[in-house]
Design a protein around this ligand. Structure first.
Ligand code: FES
Length: 70
C-alpha cells in the first residue's frame, strides 16, 4: 500500500495525505499532512488551496464526465 494518498475532493482541491516533500522551482515548501493543493488555478497561495474554488464556482472535470469517477 502506498504511503501517500491523493484524493480529488468534490469540486475542490487535491487532498494529499502522508509523508510528502513539496517543491516549487527547486525550493522546498513547508507542507504538512494533509496538504490541500489547488486544482482550480485561482488560488492566491498556489500551490495551496485558499478556498477561492468555492467563490468562483469551480466544477471538477469528474463532475462533467461521470465515467471518470472511481
Ligand atoms: S482548489 Fe481551492 S483555491 Fe483552487
Amino acid at each position: 500500500m502506498a504511503d501517500v494518498r491523493i484524493t480529488a475532493t468534490k469540486n475542490g482541491p487535491y487532498k494529499v495525505e502522508g509523508p510528502i516533500d513539496l517543491f516549487y522551482e527547486g525550493q522546498r515548501l513547508p507542507a504538512k499532512s494533509p496538504a490541500f493543493l489547488c486544482r482550480c488555478g485561482a488560488s492566491s497561495t498556489k500551490p495551496f488551496c485558499d478556498g477561492t474554488h468555492s467563490r468562483i464556482g469551480f466544477t471538477a472535470a469528474a463532475e462533467l464526465f461521470p465515467d471518470s469517477k472511481e
